[in-house]
Design a protein around this ligand. Structure first.
Ligand code: TRP
Length: 449
C-alpha cells in the first residue's frame, strides 16, 4: 500500500460563513477529506486571525462559530486532524526558525503587505503606516503551519498560491542550510469550484455586502433569496438562464436533473418569483439539517473544545518529534551531544550558503525498482554507513528507523557485516565503515530525544 498523501489547510477564523464559503471551500474540502489514500489536517488559523482582529471576544466567538460550522457541514474529526493553531506551540517555534532563514526581500513582495504599502503610498502616508510586523510575517507563520506537519498538498484559493511558493522557498533554504528535514509543499488550486455570485451578481463577498449567511434562519433566507437581482422579464416571457446569477446559484446546489429542469423552465417563461421560491426550497432543504446540527454544536462549546483538544494531540504527535529534530539540526541541542565538525572548517562553513551538507546524520528513505522500501543511514559527512533490507511498506521501514533512533546502542553485527537489532535484521554495514561510527551517529538521535 502507498503511504497516504498528507493534505493540510488552514481556515481563517474571521467573519460569518456565507453560501459562497460553503460551496467554494467547505463543501469541497469535506468531500476531499473523505477520499481514500489521503490523510487530512484542517486547522483553525486563530494566530492569523490576531493580525486582523484585536477584539478578544470576537476572536473567541469566531473560533467557536467556524469550528461549529465545519463540524456541522460534515467534517469528521475522527477521520481528519481538526485542531486550533494556537494549541500547537511547535508552530510558533518553527516560525522563528523559518524567520531566521526567510529573505526579508521576499517578504517585501508578499501581496497583502504590498497592497498595504501601495495604499499608504497612494494616500501619501508613510509606506509602513499602520502595518504591523504581524501582517509582514504572515507568510512565515503560514509556512510554519504547513511545514510543521510535512504536508505535501495544500488546497488553497488562487490568492494564497504566493504563500505556498514562499513556504517552499523557506523550506528549501532551511534544508540547504541544515540538511533535508522539511518537505516542500505543493498548492492545490480548486479550479472547478465556482465562485458563487452574491445577491447583486458580483462575487459573493462580505466586502460587497451581498452575501447569504450559511446559517440564516428560514425567514431570513427567504427574504434574501427574494432580494436577488434579476432582469425585468415578465412571467411567461422566456428568460436566459445562462445570463442569470439566480440560475448560477440554483445550479450550485441542484443535481443535474434539477438544474436541467430549471434551465428549461426559465426558457419556457417561468416567473422570477417562482424561480426564487424554488431556489429557496432547494437551499432550505439542504441547509436545514446543517443548521440544526450547527445550533446543537453551538449550544455545547465544551464538546467542541474537547474535539479540538483531541485534534491537537493528534497533530502534535507529528509536530513534536519534528521540532525536536529541527532543534537539534539548528544546534539548539544538549551540550553533551558530540559536536560534529566536518569539511575543513567548523559547522559554520555553510553559513555562506555554499556546499551545504547536513550537520547531523540522517536517514534517507526511498523506494527501489523492486517495489520495496529501503533506507540508508548517512553520516554527517555524507558517507553511507548502513544500507537497509527491503521492506514491504514505508511504514515498516519507518518503524525500524524509529527503533534504531531509540535503541541504536543495542545494534550488533556478524562476520558477514549483517546488522541486527534484537530479532530484526537491519541491513548491511557498508564497506570500510566501523560499527562504532554507526553507534556514534545513532547516539545523536537518542540524545536529541
Ligand atoms: N491564509 C489562509 C487564508 O487566508 C489561511 C491559512 C493559514 C492557511 N495558514 C494556512 C491555508 C496554511 C493553508 C495552509 O485562506
Amino acid at each position: 500500500m502507498r503511504a497516504p498523501v498528507r493534505i493540510l489547510t488552514g481556515i481563517t477564523t474571521s467573519g460569518t460563513p456565507h453560501l459562497g464559503n460553503y460551496a467554494g471551500a467547505i463543501r469541497p474540502a469535506v468531500a476531499a477529506s473523505r477520499q481514500p489514500g489521503t490523510e487530512s489536517f484542517y486547522f483553525l488559523a486563530d494566530y492569523h486571525a490576531l493580525i486582523k482582529v484585536q477584539d478578544p471576544a470576537r476572536v473567541q466567538r469566531s473560533t467557536l462559530e467556524i469550528a461549529a460550522t465545519w463540524l456541522a457541514c460534515g467534517l469528521d474529526p475522527d477521520r481528519v486532524g481538526f485542531y486550533r493553531q494556537s494549541d500547537i506551540p511547535e508552530i510558533t517555534e518553527l516560525t522563528w526558525f523559518l524567520t531566521c532563514v526567510a529573505g526579508k526581500g521576499l517578504l517585501n513582495r508578499a501581496h497583502a503587505y504590498k497592497a498595504a504599502v501601495d495604499a499608504n503610498t497612494a494616500s501619501s502616508d508613510d509606506a509602513d503606516a499602520g502595518v504591523t510586523a504581524g501582517l509582514y510575517m504572515y507568510p512565515v507563520l503560514m509556512a510554519a503551519d504547513i511545514l510543521a506537519f510535512k504536508a505535501q498538498k495544500v488546497p488553497v484559493g488562487r490568492d494564497q498560491v504566493q504563500h505556498i511558493e514562499m513556504a517552499r522557498d523557506f523550506a528549501a533554504r532551511f534544508n540547504h542550510t541544515y540538511g533535508e528535514h522539511l518537505v516542500l509543499p505543493e498548492a492545490v488550486i480548486e479550479e472547478q469550484v465556482a465562485t458563487l455570485p452574491g445577491l447583486d451578481g458580483r462575487k459573493m463577498s462580505k466586502s460587497y455586502d451581498n452575501t447569504i449567511p450559511l446559517f440564516a434562519g428560514p425567514a431570513e433566507l427567504k427574504r434574501l433569496v427574494a432580494s436577488i437581482v434579476t432582469d425585468s422579464r415578465a412571467p411567461g416571457e422566456a428568460k436566459d438562464p445562462d445570463a442569470s446569477h439566480l440560475f448560477t446559484l440554483y445550479r450550485a446546489f441542484a443535481d443535474e436533473t434539477q438544474a436541467a429542469a430549471m434551465h428549461a423552465a426559465l426558457r419556457g417563461g417561468l416567473a422570477w418569483g417562482e424561480a426564487k421560491q424554488a431556489l429557496f426550497e432547494l437551499l432550505d432543504g439542504q441547509l436545514a439539517p446543517l443548521r440544526e446540527r450547527y445550533e446543537g454544536l453551538m449550544a455545547k462549546p465544551a464538546d467542541i473544545e474537547a474535539t479540538l483538544q483531541a485534534g491537537a494531540a493528534k497533530a502534535r504527535a507529528i509536530a513534536t518529534p519534528l521540532l525536536r529534530e529541527l532543534r537539534a539540526a539548528v544546534g539548539l541541542r544538549p551540550l553533551t551531544t558530540p559536536v560534529i565538525v566536518h569539511g575543513e572548517g567548523s559547522e559554520n562553513v555553510n553559513a555562506s550558503g555554499k556546499g551545504a551538507t547536513s550537520r547531523l546524520p540522517t536517514f534517507k528513505q526511498y523506494r527501489e525498482n523492486d517495489g520495496r522500501f529501503y533506507f540508508k543511514l548517512v553520516h554527517a559527512d555524507g558517507r553511507v554507513l548502513v544500507q537497509s533490507e527491503g521492506h514491504a511498506s514505508p511504514k515498516d521501514a519507518g518503524a525500524l528507523i524509529a527503533r534504531l533512533k531509540a535503541d541504536g546502542a543495542a545494534l550488533v553485527h556478524d562476520a558477514g557485516r549483517v546488522l541486527r537489532l534484537a530479532d530484526a535484521v537491519v541491513g548491511r554495514l557498508e564497506e570500510s565503515v566501523e560499527l562504532a561510527e554507526v553507534l556514534a551517529s545513532l547516539a545523536v538521535f537518542a540524545e536529541a530525544d
